[in-house]
Design a protein around this ligand. Structure first.
Ligand code: ASP
Length: 311
């Protein structure tokens, strides 16, 4: 058994009711220690306990910086809403991991009836203390998932996370990731989900961002040449914005050459995101942009698996 640190960042697991609804409880450590069987772990907290819907790249950075100073296994208590984004971000920001990093949380606060928190925490603590897997994972609802393959797929169920294109890790062999990138920051990236009738106006709010992930239809389809959406994408590319295309279907991958409606990807130099989930695409793109990669170098790096995020 290796030493374990628990890093509390906020989220439902430690929340209590307030006047406007549930909010993070700053005095959660005692309740957590009382609810789990493990006795011997260090406790740490981020400076601001947050509902994860309010987190962004700066918070991923804070968590990564704290995580780097920890030896042994790490359990990160986190809100479920954006847990998959933080997990994917950490999978890129943390290099040469020597021990497991396990994110968990709950759909129901630990201090409420019928909570899933203790079971999730026990699983995460056990993986952090014993697993040979030195990678970033999500332990939730009895499942152990690769962090950069996971998405939140239910708003209330205890089985809140899915791994659409990759099996769960429970019982699978452990692997070691090695890659040549050493970036420690993530640039801001937007996400645009296509909808029937989408036009140029949909891109307006993203103009200031260096990167954009487009959730296209099906295998990478979108309104093509002659549409205002296509013209707006072309302008965005001329401005230097880097655009990654993923599928909005929740499974499968971008295969943009299948239909003429996917031709914009090649025509406009959009980067096919393959089987990347949206959280993995956002964080990988932002991480590579922060390292100064652009154009073909960026496209090559996006296509190369770095931390198990694609096959
Ligand atoms: N809104 C909460 C959060 O993401 C939801 C949760 O933790 O389950 O922080």
């Amino acid at each position: 058994m290796r030493p374990v640190t628990v890093l509390y960042t906020g989220g439902t697991i430690g929340m209590r009711p307030g006047p406007d609804g549930l909010g993070p409880d700053a005095a959660f450590e005692g309740a957590f220690r009382a609810a789990v069987t493990a006795r011997d772990f260090h406790w740490l907290e981020t400076p601001h306990l947050l509902d994860s819907s309010a987190m962004g790249p700066q918070d991923w950075q804070t968590i990564a910086d704290l995580s780097r100073d920890i030896s042994g296994g790490l359990v990160i208590l986190h809100g479920t809403d954006t847990m998959a984004y933080t997990a994917a971000a950490l999978s890129f920001l943390l290099h040469d991991l020597g021990a497991p990093v396990v994110l968990t949380g709950a759909q129901v606060p630990m201090q409420s009836d019928g909570s899933d928190a203790a079971a999730n925490a026990e699983l995460a603590l056990d993986v952090a203390a014993r697993s040979p897997r030195a990678e970033v994972m999500i332990a939730f609802g009895g499942a152990l998932l690769r962090g950069n393959r996971a998405v939140k797929c239910h708003a209330q169920n205890p089985e809140a996370f899915c791994s659409p294109n990759f099996p769960t890790l429970n019982g699978a062999e452990s692997v070691q990731f090695a890659h040549p990138f050493t970036g420690r920051q993530i640039s801001p990236v937007g996400v645009l989900k296509l909808y029937p009738g989408i036009g140029a106006e949909a891109l307006g709010g993203f103009a200031h961002l260096p990167g954009l992930v487009v959730e296209a239809f099906g295998s990478g389809n979108m309104p093509g040449e002659g549409t205002s959406f296509h013209a707006a994408l072309m302008l965005a590319r001329r401005r230097g914005q880097e655009i990654v295309v993923v599928t909005q279907t929740g499974g499968g991958q971008v295969a943009a050459r299948t239909y003429a409606a996917g031709a914009s990807v090649a025509q406009l130099g959009l980067i096919p995101g393959g089987e990347l989930t949206t959280p993995a695409a956002v964080t990988k793109l932002g991480w590579l942009l922060a390292q100064g990669l652009r154009g073909d170098d960026l496209a090559d790096a996006m296509a190369r698996p770095v931390a198990g995020e694609m096959s």
